[in-house]
Design a protein around this ligand. Sequence first.
Ligand SMILES: [Fe+2]
Length: 248
Amino acid sequence: MIKTILTISALAFFSLGVSAQPTNKFINQEKLKTMEANKNNTPVNHQFMPLPYAYDALEPHIDKLTMEIHYSRHHRVYYDNFIKAISGTPLENMTINELFEKMSTLPAAVRNNGGGYYNHELFWENMAPGGVPMSENFGKILTSKFGSLEKLKEEFAAAGMTRFGSGWAWLNVDVNGNLFISSTPNQDNPLMDIAEKRGTPLLAMDVWEHAYYLKYQNKRADYITAFWNVINWKVVEERYDEAIVKNK
Ligand SMILES: [Fe+2]
């Protein structure tokens, strides 16, 4: 299966005639199948994936009503508008990664809604009820880069806090295997060719007000602190491992 995934990715990669671009990998293989290209001349099937846990599963850190509205309304609208924006155009046969790589040339509706769809899929997946701890090995990798896990947390929180207006904070790995933290405005992400610094996202944190306002109102800092309790580090580490393998 891994070989198949790598083959699909490699085909998508080389068909663009580009090199050393960030990878767009989902660990969940069902997601990979549905979000990545089927290169057998059948349309890409961008599916609206189920939330991997119940709306109240992230309580008390992220409340049930926020999750319900966030997933079933905001995320749904991004998805629907993304499909609408690409339907009947040559874009509908492209992978989401291919779209991101030429985002500077595409309509705003594809950028905003394609980004919104993809970013939220990552976000749901990198959270879990009560959080999932990181392995000792991944902890060492993060510590060697950021000095300590506390420093990583501070830098990541600062990325979320200093994003003016709406956007995202990211932990990424670049094509050389270097970890870095960044933030992007609106529904942009580090895979897009318009990103200030490009890389493969490992951890996504939504800092739009719709992600926290019902419970935390204007206290974005409290939401960011709470987010740390629900991170699924296993998923983050798996994304890291796949990105490193892909970029070798
Ligand atoms: Fe959101």
